[in-house]
Design a protein around this ligand. Sequence first.
Ligand SMILES: Cc1cc2nc3c(=O)[nH]c(=O)nc-3n(C[C@H](O)[C@H](O)[C@H](O)COP(=O)(O)OP(=O)(O)OC[C@H]3O[C@@H](n4cnc5c(N)ncnc54)[C@H](O)[C@@H]3O)c2cc1C
Length: 449
Amino acid sequence: MKMTFPFLDQCEVLVIGGGPAGTMAAAAAARQGADTILLERQGFLGGNLTAAGIDTIYGLYSVSENPVKMIGGLSDELTDRLRSQNACYERRNTYGAGIGLTFDIENMKMVLEDMVNESGARVYYHAFAPEVYFDEGGTPAGVVVASKSGLQQVQAEILIDTTGDADVVARAGGRYEKPGEVGPVQSCTTVFFMANVDVGQAKAFGKQSMWQAMADGVENEKYDLPRTEGSFHATPNPTMIEANMTRIGNVDTTDVGSITEAEIVGRKQTQEYVRFLIENVPGFEDAYLVKTGCHVGVREGRRAVGDYVLTREDVLEGRKFPDAVIRCGQPIEDHHSGSDTRWVYVRDHGFYDIPYRCLVPQDLTNVLTAGRCLSATHDAHASARSSGTAMGMGQAAGIAAAMALQSDQTIREIDIADLQAKLREMGAPIERKGADGKDTNCVGRNITG
Ligand SMILES: Cc1cc2nc3c(=O)[nH]c(=O)nc-3n(C[C@H](O)[C@H](O)[C@H](O)COP(=O)(O)OP(=O)(O)OC[C@H]3O[C@@H](n4cnc5c(N)ncnc54)[C@H](O)[C@@H]3O)c2cc1C
């Protein structure tokens, strides 16, 4: 983009998007000493977790009988802070996604904000970045920010795209894939919350009975439910549940018309699921709808094409890479357009590595990416997109950006062993070979119960 706008701020590392990935990227870069700015279009941090209303972090542990820690460092600190506020607990996912950390959404907003502020990074809220601008040599030099202050510029040396939709990579001229054009796209979900629920009674009814009642209701044409599955979860609030049931297919999250339609359809579906729950599931008789998420939950937008593209085989075979920066044991969780969801597990319920190259978009020299716009195929993305994994990616990208600046190297030239050592020091369990040639784990906690 050639136009110039008034100057808002400048920094060394600019993180665009304050979801789980971006929040950790900003905190990690700032803690490494980089002058860091985080831009977020909402008025709070957390992305899907807080805005869409996802109440549980997955990806922190492997999915097995004896879970092993997958992500560590800043996510440990986040957990400790939430725990000290009595605002989270661990629970096992009923579909088999492993141990999750269920949290209170308002506490999550505050804890993430504290972590970023204490790191020294500067945050701008209500700051949407629709465009990238370039220096004379054609290298991305910052972004245009649209806010109530008008259109302004933020200048930066390294940009980290954590928008979930690879907005920055796309505008900077990097390669990306758009699901729906390249393969299918995961459906969107409007998450909703209901209160005054007898949660014990409702849980005792059982998921299979609820799904059967859904299927019967659809067959009898009593309810219009696109998904005859889905779940509701207890929350830290004793009478409130969070429900993940609606299904909106074929949404182009980067098209304003398509995403608007998704919001409308999601709210319509919510009314129908609320009616179904009150009329069919014991414990919901006196319940009422408290709220829907601030926006529809988006599972998949544009995916950056990086120096390496993670594949379905990498995931299912549990492949390891020399430039590993994150481990992931999440199954491929495919929310396709039918009435069910497909789950495919990593071999032996083990884990695979996400290589650093998946965070380095092709054709760009000073842009990194992290979170759900990583470089992966549709199937691999359906495993790697969990919020815990996104946090791990953000942390790795933030440290890598700071390292590049401090060593006066490009993001491709940094010493990967040094990056891995820094991650390990923070508590991230990256595999390495010991003197005896065997794989050893890093220091860090295992599951805490
Ligand atoms: C319905 C649903 C259920 C899910 N369930 C779970 C679950 O139970 N557990 C789990 O771990 N994961 C779950 N996920 C997946 C998980 O929530 C996401 O994959 C994760 O949030 C990805 O994090 P992220 O930071 O990459 O992206 P996001 O969380 O999407 O964050 C992106 C952030 O960038 C901001 N942004 C976007 N574009 C711009 C821009 N141009 N300028 C400025 N800001 C911008 C957004 O406002 C947002 O805050 C679920 C997802 C959905 C949709």
